[in-house]
Design a protein around this ligand. Structure first.
Ligand code: NAP
Length: 242
């Protein structure tokens, strides 16, 4: 069994890559710029006794994604799971939104997910099985000031999850999403400490989630326990959105 995790050099993607390796998957580790970190993840996975390799590709760039999937096929010979995880956040209130940042968010968080889903579906359709897990965000269902662009991209991820699930179910491919709340990764570093404390108070479970929490959910979705579920968004937020 082979899994490709995008944005697997750090944070949630890294935890998903390692967890899937623990579950017995050979893992393709995608990254954009951080080659050294991706190499660390590959080394960590190889210690678990499965195969791993790193693939550099900006998921916003269709040609780079096509080339990555060709290389993954050459290296591993098949693809069973895609975790669409590579994403960016650049918070700004409406009147402060800058055109370059807007384009970057739309390109990576939406177009990137379509590019990878398309290439994965091409591989999975021929064998009539596969799983695509999209990493969304609680911001897709909960309004957070300053996250207009980010929440719009994650809302798009939820919509694409439902539509692709319907399109691909007859081809044996399940498509689901995980929408994490606040997860302690580098992505949260940009949030000022005072604001973090405010968010913490709003979480009924009174703690931030970990990348491991997300990885455990992704691994569960890849298991037989969820073999009849498709098109769903699992909100993993310690109760924040309730
Ligand atoms: P992170 O720590 O900032 O890591 C981002 C990862 O994405 C890195 O591996 C980075 O690669 C990669 N990446 C960024 N742009 C890319 C591109 N264009 N092409 C390929 N890879 C790219 O982020 P994270 O917190 O783990 O977040 C991962 C996902 O979870 C995102 O989709 C995010 O929206 C979602 N999420 C996060 C949280 C949270 O609180 N952390 C909450 C909800 C949802 P390089 O290292 O090479 O730059």
């Amino acid at each position: 069994m082979v899994a490709l995790v995008t944005g697997a050099s750090r944070g949630i993607g890294r935890a998903c890559a390692v967890k899937l390796a623990e579950c017995g998957y050979d893992v393709a580790v995608n990254y954009n710029s951080n080659e050294a970190k991706a190499a660390e993840v590959v080394a960590e996975i190889e210690k678990l006794g499965v195969k791993a390799a790193a693939f550099k590709a900006d998921t916003a760039d269709l040609k780079a994604v096509q080339s990555m999937f060709r290389e993954v096929q050459k290296t591993f010979g098949q693809l069973d799971v895609l975790v669409n995880n590579a994403g960016v956040v650049d918070d700004a209130y409406l009147l402060m939104i800058n055109e370059d940042s807007l384009s970057k968010s739309l390109d990576i968080n939406i177009k990137g997910y379509f590019h990878c889903a398309q290439q994965a579906a091409l591989k999975m359709m021929s064998k009539k099985s596969g799983k695509i897990i999209n990493i969304s965000s609680v911001s897709s269902v909960l309004a957070v000031e300053g996250q207009g662009v980010y929440s719009a991209t994650k809302g798009a991820v939820n919509s694409m999850t439902a539509t692709l699930a319907k399109e691909l179910a007859p081809r044996g491919i399940q498509v689901n999403a995980v929408a994490p709340g606040f997860i302690a990764t580098e992505m949260m570093d940009a949030i000022p400490e005072e604001k973090k404390q405010e968010y913490l108070k709003a979480i009924p479970m009174n703690k931030f989630g970990s990348a491991q929490d997300v990885a455990n959910t992704v691994a569960a979705l890849c298991s037989d326990a969820f073999s009849y579920m498709t098109g769903q968004v699992i909100v993993l937020d310690g109760g924040l959105s309730l």
